[in-house]
Design a protein around this ligand. Sequence first.
Ligand code: PLP
Length: 720
Amino acid sequence: MEGIKHTFAQAKKENRTPLVAYVTAGYPSIAASADILVGLEAGGADIIELGLPFTDPIADGPTIQAANTISLANGTTTKSCLKIVRDARSKGLQAPVLLMGYYNPLLAYGEARMMQDAKAAGVNGFIMVDLPPEEAVRFRRHCTEHGLSYVPLIAPATSEKRMKVLCSIADSFIYVVSRMGVTGATGVLSSGLPDLLDRVHKYSGGIPAAVGFGVSTREHFLEVAKVAEGVVIGSQIVTTLKNAPEGQGPKAVEEYCYSITQRRKSRSVPTTNGESDPSNGTVHVDGVVTHQDGKGLADQLEALNSEGETDPELIPSRFGQFGGQYVPESLMDCLAQLEKGFNDAQNDPEFWKEFRSYYQYMGRPSSLHKASRLTDHMRKDCKPGYGANLYLKREDLNHTGSHKINNAMGQALIARRLGKTEIIAETGAGQHGVATATVCAFFGMKCTVYMGAEDVRRQALNVFRMKLLGASVVAVDAGSKTLRDAVNEAMRSWVAHLDTTHYIIGSAIGPHPFPTMVRTFQSVIGTETKQQMQDITGRLPDAVVACVGGGSNAVGMFHPFSTDPSVRLLGVEAAGEGIETGKHSATLSGGKPGVLHGVRTYILQSEDGQITDTHSVSAGLDYPGVGPELSGWKDSERAKFVAATDAEAFIGFRVLAQTEGIIPALESAHGIFGAMELAKTMKEEENIVICLSGRGDKDVQSVAEELPKIGPKIGWDLRF
Ligand SMILES: Cc1ncc(COP(=O)(O)O)c(C=O)c1O
């Protein structure tokens, strides 16, 4: 970190503002990257931010996201990023280098190993986009131990209280995000910038503040330089690389940086041992706060988002090691506001009175009954005395055809309490989108739904339904074009519109407090089930079963039984074409702990911590993450998780349709198959309740399309 301090101090001595230049590692090619770093420095860049590419960069705009995608397609790994720094150092690069990226690839690499290797490669510090200080206590300690800097981010929405703590933990400089939203060269600078910097300077104690997001020209640079001690440029450098003729990238960025800084730095002669020393500075900035991670900082961070003293009513943000808030700084205060709003509502009997007043509209309580012919069908394959009774909890009969309405209604009410007038949502199968569009129509709120382009194709009927209800549907044509890309896009959009907009997340995923909030509204499923089974059988069920996508219907069914040890909890994930083929969405069965979409949970990822593509015949299960509470129950073994293949889901689909006259959603069909398998291992006097999460009208077309492929595997031929 000395190198960075020295750089700021030196620039100050020379009466100029340093340029911090961002570039994505491995873009446009791995081979060109080291020369590009050298080119940036030659054009006057003082500090380099080297972007570690990630599959799901929620805080980045299209330019940097595209560079990430190309870099990953080039085969860039964390190792190759470190090699780029090493190579650049051996080519004479002197400027401090900060690695900038998302947490999961780093977590997969190993934090301690990363520090060692980064230090050895000539890295000076880290900017972690989705690792706010609350989650970064351990990471920062590692940085400090290795003399590496951890650069905190401050956004326009950052409260005074957070700003104070963030400034106090800065050890080299503070990164100030000039506007809410994603990265990108906009051509205009935020008018609130001087005011924002005034607020930062109040607390920064002389630590330099560098401003990023939106800067692209020398005029911008000079304007920002009037109020800040450093200026960051990213997207425009990436665009410069994109437009450069092949092989000309290093020269092009050098000229671009020169056009900004009007100064050139002679290329250094490489040192004989191949390593230049980027930290040989002895000049210091005026007022460095030498803050140690002493006693009290963790507590301060912990208390950061609570009003005054720690609120004993505050809901826990973790389920074992899972949960938390791994989000860009711009979202932190908004999540704190949401948590408070949700807590207030939860503790307010009037809120629940209002929620229940809409039960008739929602179709609650949903019915629960025995599926006798389904039970008989399953018993045909059982040993004598085996084959538990199968009951159905009919969430498919809810208004809009699935359990999603429970959560959409609850969150819409929270949004109204918070004074939000607009709603955004993501959707996979379209069911959550339809439920959200429905409650928005009901309350007269503007609604925008993000949906992966592949899901738009698969679930055309639901797209039309959302539009009929007055919602705008935005197809997300990035990444795998499914639910996960829709979540990325919804998060990006939310950051830019926090004042007016609430993001109704559709499953028990995302940063705290979303998983708890969604579970709370979905718990109506399990609570009703408990009462209805008491009424019908006089006792608790012996097992409850639900399909698992993000996990909202499962956690809603399971949670009210979680402290009843006699009740087995079984979640059924999508094994797609088989877990062994890699084409599946069985996150708990086939994934590893990591961080995605703001939460630490099981995720499907490569060895490098990149999120892998998923597959399931049912769009609503096609997601590489899962709710943190289910992850906690997996590890504590309170719940068990299995996976059903596409073909097995088709068996469940067919059997329920033909024994009970109920066409289930393909998602729910996974649960039906899993429940039948479980029932075969249980006694015939035992009872299982299946959460029939949705109806299958939306899937009829998909089933027709898939039957030629899947039908022969299960002996189902519907050709006429
Ligand atoms: C009918 C139905 N069931 C289940 C799911 C899976 O979601 P979750 O796991 O959040 O319940 C979906 C998602 O779209 C759905 O539409």
